[in-house]
Ligand binder design. Sequence first.
Ligand SMILES: C[S@@+](CC[C@H](N)C(=O)[O-])C[C@H]1O[C@@H](n2cnc3c(N)ncnc32)[C@H](O)[C@@H]1O
Length: 157
Amino acid sequence: MRLALYQPDIPQNAGTLLRLAACMGLAADIVEPAGFPVSDRAFRRAGLDYLEKVSVVRHASFAAFEARRRAEGSRLVLLTTRAETSYLDARFAPDDVLMVGRESVGAPPEVHDAAELRVAVPMLPELRSLNVAIAAAMVLSEALRQTGQFPSWPPPA
Ligand SMILES: C[S@@+](CC[C@H](N)C(=O)[O-])C[C@H]1O[C@@H](n2cnc3c(N)ncnc32)[C@H](O)[C@@H]1O
């Protein structure tokens, strides 16, 4: 399983997401352009020293990301408030790539079209969306639980 960030806008969220990937033992993808440089102070502060512990592949475009994903044969699962399927009703696979959209505008039509599965975290109807890192953590938790990919606990001595 991988965590993919589509053109992240907010460095604190991107740092938090990469820290989440590091703690779960997942590799991550960033589809560029990001709204900040990787040297950004807020990004590095949110990611702390976890940023050195996560394998991150940066893709110059969504087309470049797609070329690699298709070559690897993994499924693209898009987290979006526009999905008709609740993540609690979805079936996840061990090599899924879970993608989150931009904080400002979500994901564009080409990403929605490419996604084999779109899932939403159910919310009250009058509210717009969750923080991107919170949404990712909730869906990732269920995906890792279903696929038995959580790190073992307690950790080996
Ligand atoms: C702040 S939201 C984007 C809001 C944006 N205005 C829109 O219309 O999509 C940033 C990202 O968080 C994820 N997200 C937030 N709330 C979600 C939810 N309830 N279900 C699934 N994904 C969610 C999605 O990946 C979304 O693209």
